[in-house]
Write a protein that binds this ligand. Structure first.
Ligand SMILES: Cc1cc2nc3c(=O)[nH]c(=O)nc-3n(C[C@H](O)[C@H](O)[C@H](O)COP(=O)(O)O)c2cc1C
Length: 505
């Protein structure tokens, strides 16, 4: 908050505002206009004054709305709500402790492709750089932490005391939208941190929406096969870099908190939770501690989701709260998802840029990649490649459908290396000009986002790739002469560059 405020990126709002739909409506308008981060300092239960008669009766009669969120309740929450904190390129970069998040892509590229020193002297010169990059990686353990200033257990636990947003009119209830779920692998003890939405069911239980392909779900199944519950902590706030780590497509077994230390160039400090055997970030705002019984399910949703549609209500695991701890004067962090562009668009963009070097490590022919925010990222990928042999584009499509989170991509378009895939105009031009749908298309099937409502089955569906590269003689049945792309001669361009100021154009 301090960094955002000092940069003129934060607007404090004192107007009384309800977490029931109103914060979403305000934030949606602000995010679409590229506006500032918001700190709602006066969050109150909905009042007759602010709700329209239609909204009022809908809310009053909706069985899933807890009394705390009903219009008659004008309670003031103890926690202000921070939202839209990462919703521009600048703020997403600040969240990653840098001026532009491409810096981290450069750091990772340098680490992954180190130039072999020419001799021992050069090697020694490089050592400080390498140590500097890696010294902050391991997390540190501390014994006391601000996130445990206040410890609530037993009858003092009440999730309804948090200003959890009910985002959209048809949502099944209030949802925690920026939760960092910390768990440990029951076999190896290794930590996992994932962002999985959390629906408030009642005072001390909530939903745990880890989807079928996610690590949290795997760990819960493993705990179940040992006949055990899975302990977990839902962490809210702390260094915003943790949000990025939680959504980062790190391979299972790679600790998100190591990655966090690398990104923020400072070791993450962890403290043991009060009632479960889980380590949590010391600087967090609020921690919800508890466990999941792997055999238990409860209806979760609907939820106005990042697909731009309501994800359907379905049975998901249940989280039982054993303690809530928080800072004195804690701030409740939130985001909203819905029709793009939203704040998660910038979170996804940062993932795309920072993880490109890792992707290039496995598929070095890839030059650049663009997952358009309008297609909610995993629906579509534009990829430029250094084409070296006939059918190369099809090899890249297969690689993408085999890579971590990219495997969910429904539509893949492959372009030559000279196509700027960040430029939608150029992408559409190349697609239209170079792709013959009867020859340059490949269909396949596989896992898709569990939230995809259009797929043939839940979590499983079709994928299609388009080869939009220039075709080579004989390639995939192409027998015609392939024309050259029109470009101007370099010497003429230089001459015109030189005369340009005199032309008065
Ligand atoms: C705002 C936001 C909300 C998300 N909500 C969920 C969710 O409810 N369930 C889920 O499985 N993934 C959700 N994700 C995606 C996961 O956080 C992401 O796939 C992450 O890499 C999962 O971690 P894992 O691979 O360790 O399971 C969300 C991402 C964002 C940015």
């Amino acid at each position: 908050m301090e960094v955002l405020e000092s940069r003129g990126e934060l607007k404090r709002i004192q107007e009384p505002v309800s977490p029931y739909l109103e914060i979403t409506e305000i934030t949606d308008r602000v995010v679409k206009a590229g506006g500032p981060a918001l700190l709602f300092e006066n969050v109150v239960g909905p009042s007759h004054r602010t709700a329209s008669p239609n909204v009022l009766s809908a809310v009053m009669n909706h069985p899933s709305i807890h009394p705390a969120h009903r219009p008659t309740d004008s309670r003031k929450y103890d926690f202000p709500v921070a939202i839209n904190t990462m919703a521009t390129r600048k703020r997403m970069s600040l969240a990653l402790s840098c001026e532009d998040f491409e810096e981290h892509a450069d750091r990772i590229e340098a680490l992954l492709k180190p130039e072999i020193p020419k001799g021992p002297v050069e090697a020694l010169k490089k050592l400080p750089w390498l140590l500097g990059e890696l010294k902050n990686v391991p997390p540190k353990t501390v014994t006391s932490a601000p996130c445990q200033d206040v410890v609530l257990q037993g009858d003092d636990i009440d999730l309804y005391k948090l200003p959890v947003l009910t985002c959209w009119p048809e949502d099944g209830g209030p949802f925690v939208t920026l939760p960092l779920v910390f768990t440990h692998d029951p076999n190896t003890g290794k930590r996992n941190v994932g962002m999985y939405r959390v629906q408030i069911h009642d005072k001390n239980t909530c939903g745990m929406h880890w989807q079928m392909h996610k690590t949290g779900m795997r760990q819960m199944e493993d705990a179940g096969s040992k006949g055990k519950n899975l302990e977990a902590c839902i962490v809210l706030g702390g260094d915003p870099v943790y949000n990025f780590c939680a959504i980062a497509p790190l391979p299972p077994g790679i600790d998100e908190m190591l990655f966090g230390g690398f990104i923020r160039r400072k070791n993450v400090e962890l403290v043991k939770a009060k009632t479960v055997d889980v380590m949590v970030p010391a600087d967090a705002e609020i921690i919800i501690e508890g466990y999941i019984d792997p055999s238990e399910r409860k209806l979760e949703g609907p939820f106005g989701d990042h697909t731009g549609y309501y994800s359907l209500a379905e049975d998901f695991p249940v989280f039982h709260v054993t303690a809530i701890t928080h800072r004195n004067k804690a701030i409740y962090p939130a985001t909203i998802v819905g029709q793009p562009p939203m704040e998660d668009g910038w979170m996804g963009k940062a993932v795309e840029r920072v993880f490109l070097p890792f992707i290039k490590l496995s598929v070095p022919e890839i030059v650049d990649m663009h997952l358009p925010v309008e297609a909610t990222f995993h629906n579509m990928a534009f990829v430029s490649v250094k084409k070296k042999y006939p059918g190369h584009a099809f090899k890249i499509m297969n690689a993408i459908w085999g890579l971590g989170g990219l495997a969910f991509t429904k539509f893949v378009f492959i372009f030559d290396e000279d196509c700027d895939v960040q430029n939608i105009g150029e992408v559409l031009f190349r697609m239209g000009a170079n792709c013959d749908p009867s020859r340059d298309v490949m269909h396949t099937k596989g896992p898709v986002d569990q939230l995809d409502h259009a797929s043939v089955a839940e979590g499983f569906g079709g994928k299609i790739g388009f080869d939009c590269t220039h075709k080579w003689p004989g390639e995939n049945g192409f027998t015609r002469h392939y024309p050259k792309l029109i470009t101007m001669a370099d010497d003429v361009k230089q001459k015109v560059d030189a005369m340009w100021p005199r032309l008065g154009l």
